[in-house]
Design a protein around this ligand. Structure first.
Ligand code: TPP
Ligand code: MG
Length: 365
């Protein structure tokens, strides 16, 4: 419970539908789309079509669709840099996401953000942050703005397990609990912060228990089961909308390296094999086959469609123009300061001093 009693918020929007057969099929489709998109992104990176860093959601697809499927359109989403799947699940077109990876002007951030910095205000997708924990205070501030305006939206702030050891995580949870902010902190525990295990880095490795320090309700859920994540997320969201922030820990496994270029040599072959054996897509397919909600033919068709869409996204990205360099600072919000970095190559470091006027020269003489 939050320390301050407050009137429960009532949402004007209907809640997302409960888990149903159609929803399970739709979740499966979305998971496969994320998988095939990420594989295509990895290929594009290897072909040097994508610059900068590139972190994939491979192995985390069930958590991505379960969390995102529980949100209303009016809710706000903040993620870390491992974000392509969340952007897809928010309904942003794969073409715009791939174009952003390629740094092209049709990209979701007009080509200036890249893999880690995708923004789409229309879908209230607020980024995309490369600094571990950078999104947590910003998401908390958005929840404060909603509270201040007595809005009915909620904020979901996604992060990894490693982020729970950043100071801003604790400061944000503390203030959110004190002020009863409408926010769900989702900790996607994939067992690793780059190459460091949760056990090596967290004195309390059951991360959901950390919420107790802030008297915040929390839960741990099987992050490989999209229906379980979806159900847990609905509980978390209704708590947040009633003014009681929530922490949800989803247990997943990272199937590949930290980023596309990481060979993950710090990991034992057994550990990697375990993560790959826990593949949430294969497990969900088995369950849906058993319940006659999928057939082998449907699985093959869904896969074909996802591969075709990912290829179409890559072709679209390839054909999209590079952004013009003159637009480099168009979407930045920092105020100009004397030593700012808004210079392009060849620009003077400081503006030339004003020339003395004729009148001024006469007085001096
Ligand atoms: C403040 C800060 N410190 C260190 C880094 C380098 N770094 C990038 S990702 C990462 C690990 C984060 O792990 P986790 O939060 O579990 O997210 P995951 O990559 O597993 O999704 C680190 C230490 C950074 N980007 N920012
Ligand atoms: Mg992690």
């Amino acid at each position: 419970m939050s320390a301050k009693a407050r009137a429960p918020r009532t949402s004007t929007r209907p809640p997302s539908p409960p888990s149903s057969d159609e929803l399970s099929q739709e979740f499966y489709r979305r998971m496969v789309m994320i998988r095939r998109f990420e594989e295509r992104a990895a290929r594009a990176y290897a072909e040097a079509k994508v610059g900068g860093y590139c972190h994939l959601n491979l192995g985390e697809e069930a958590t991505v669709v379960g969390v995102m499927g529980a949100l209303d359109d009016s809710d706000y989403v903040y993620t870390n840099y491992r974000e392509h799947g969340y952007a897809l699940a928010r309904g942003i077109a794969p073409e715009r996401i791939m174009a952003e990876l390629y740094g092209r002007s049709d990209g979701v951030s007009k080509g200036w953000g890249g893999s880690m910095h995708m923004f789409d205000i229309a879908s209230r997708f607020m980024g995309g942050y490369g600094i571990v924990g950078g999104q947590v205070p910003l998401a908390t501030g958005t929840a404060l703005a909603i509270e201040y305006r007595a809005g009915t939206e909620a904020v979901v702030c996604l992060m990894g397990d490693g982020t729970t050891n950043i100071g801003a995580f604790h400061e944000s949870l503390n203030i959110a609990a004190l002020w009863g902010l409408p926010i769900v902190y989702v900790v996607n525990n994939n067992g690793l912060g780059m190459g460091t295990t949760v056990e090596q880095s967290s004195a309390e490795p059951e991360l959901y228990k950390r919420a107790a320090s802030y008297r915040m309700p929390s839960a741990r859920v099987d992050g490989n089961d999209p229906a379980a994540v979806h159900a847990a997320m609905r509980v978390a969201l209704s708590s947040a909308r009633a003014g009681v922030p929530y922490l949800l820990e989803t247990m997943t496994g990272r199937m590949k390296g930290h980023s596309v270029v990481d060979p993950a040599r710090y990991r034992s072959a057994d550990d990697t094999a375990r993560a790959q054996a826990g593949d949430p897509i294969a497990a969900f397919a088995t369950r849906l086959l058993e319940r006659d909600l999928l057939t082998d033919d449907m699985i093959a068709e869904i896969d074909r469609e996802a591969i075709a869409r990912a290829s179409a996204a890559a072709a679209f990205a390839e054909a999209s123009p590079h952004p013009d360099v003159s637009t480099l600072f168009d979407y930045t919000y920092a105020t100009a300061v004397p030593n700012d970095s808004r210079r392009l190559p060849g620009d003077a470091l400081f503006p030339a001093p004003p020339r003395p006027s004729a009148a001024h020269t006469e007085v001096m003489a």
